[in-house]
Write a new protein. Structure first.
Length: 416
């Protein structure tokens, strides 16, 4: 059986023939859930991956079973894929956060088959039905989180960063409460957390050929003793890590020291660091200084510090996002991922695409990213950072990723 997995794109990132892919190459990574499914396909089946950021809908190859990952903001392209499949008469199964939360038992009329929940948990049943030609309209994927390795090398190299390495030590959601409803792990499994064995983690790291690995776990401070044990074992593997953490990280200085010794180059601080208390941070000088010292603590260990900002946009409020950006610059962060949500009646919280455009006003949400990734701000960080993190980390990580974030901003990519 030939299986095709399709990663979708936002409307303004759809591939156009004759033009290069839109967005920074560093962030053109294969769809995460499709990469997990690739590891489940048996050797006797043929698996192909197509990404609509680098391929046109009209050129999708034929397959006995097409699987389409639908994230928030991907509904337009999902409809086009369904129309294309209807012309060829091939079955298409949609899965991901949107089919799980929005469609439920009442999907759009153009959707004939979909999975609610983690598709990994119904994979055997789904493929068995596909072989027999009796796919059901709806699959409810119950059960807890199950670990499946992320297969590298998918996508069109060199158009995509298909060699980017990602892995998980823990499956499940450790996001702050304010953003849980936007996390696919929480939408699939609620509050369940399933750590992997230390031996299994070390075995997978040894199979990854590259130096840099992105750890997908939401918060390494959620289970500090577990991560202390794992990173002690990984110390001698000489890898570079990008990890996520909450404010609990600063209550465990021994974990910060171990992360630095194990090769961690970047720590992304989640919404608990500044986003959930932004108004207080902007008004309280003492709190700003406290957060500034925490950023400097990471940088003194030769680790770059990034922060995720998730803000709700309301029609009745008017925020000065230029002031927000100035506050974030006072914290001397290295990276910023600013995302925006809105509360829509009947569909809950949803990501709001916010893009750069000329002659923006201070109240425009994109100003937070514009000011943070201006040339003057980037050059200021590049000049000062080698003294703390070294020239190697500054050149290989701070410079490359700052330029990638700036490229996404200027090309109008709505998300980091």
């Amino acid at each position: 059986m030939r299986i095709l997995a399709v990663g979708l794109a936002h409307d303004n990132q759809q591939f156009a023939e004759g033009s290069p892919p839109k967005g920074a190459w560093l962030f053109l990574q294969p769809d995460l859930e499709c990469a997990r499914l690739a590891s489940l396909v048996p050797a006797e089946d043929e698996f192909a991956y197509a990404d609509l950021r680098t391929e046109a809908v009209e050129h999708l190859p034929a397959a006995d079973l097409t699987l389409v990952s639908v994230g928030f903001g991907h509904e337009t392209l999902a409809r086009q894929v369904a129309a294309r499949a209807a012309e060829t008469g091939r079955p298409v199964v949609f899965f991901g956060p949107v089919p799980t939360t929005t469609w439920g038992q009442s999907p759009p009329e153009w959707c004939r088959h979909h999975v609610a929940g983690d598709i990994v948990n119904v994979w055997s049943e789904l493929t068995q039905d596909a072989r027999g030609g009796r796919l059901r309209p709806h699959y409810a994927a119950g059960g807890g989180p199950a670990h499946v390795p992320i297969r590298p090398g998918l996508g069109r190299w060199p158009l995509m960063n298909s060699r980017h390495q990602r892995m998980s030590f823990v499956r499940g959601c450790s996001c702050p409460d304010s953003v849980r409803g936007l996390c696919s792990e929480y939408l699939y499994h609620g509050r369940d957390l399933v750590p992997r064995s230390r031996e299994e983690v070390c075995g997978e790291v040894l199979t990854l050929p590259g130096k840099h690995i992105q750890l997908l776990d939401d918060d390494v401070a959620r289970l500090p003793d577990y991560y202390l044990d794992v990173f002690r074992r990984l110390w001698n593997y000489r890898r570079h890590w990008t990890v996520n953490a909450g404010t609990g990280l600063f209550r465990r200085p021994e974990l910060i020291d171990l992360l630095a010794k194990a090769g961690t180059r970047t720590v992304f601080l989640n919404e608990s660091f500044v986003s959930d208390r932004l108004a207080e941070v902007m008004a309280d000088e003492r709190l700003r200084r406290s957060l500034f010292r925490r950023v400097k603590l990471l940088q003194s260990r030769r680790i770059l510090a990034g922060a995720r900002l998730t803000l709700e946009l309301r029609p009745d409020s008017r925020t000065d996002f230029t002031r927000v950006a100035r506050t974030l610059q006072l914290l001397d962060l290295d990276f910023l991922e600013a995302r925006f949500v809105s509360d829509e009646p009947g569909s809950g919280r949803r990501w709001v695409p916010v893009c750069y455009r000329p002659k923006m006003e201070p109240a425009d949400p994109a100003m937070a990213r514009v000011r943070f990734y201006s040339w003057s701000a980037i050059l200021n960080r590049l000049v000062r950072r080698p003294r703390r993190v070294g020239f190697y980390t500054t050149a290989l990580y701070l410079l490359r990723y700052s330029l990638a974030y700036r490229q996404n901003l200027l090309e109008g990519i709505p998300y980091p």
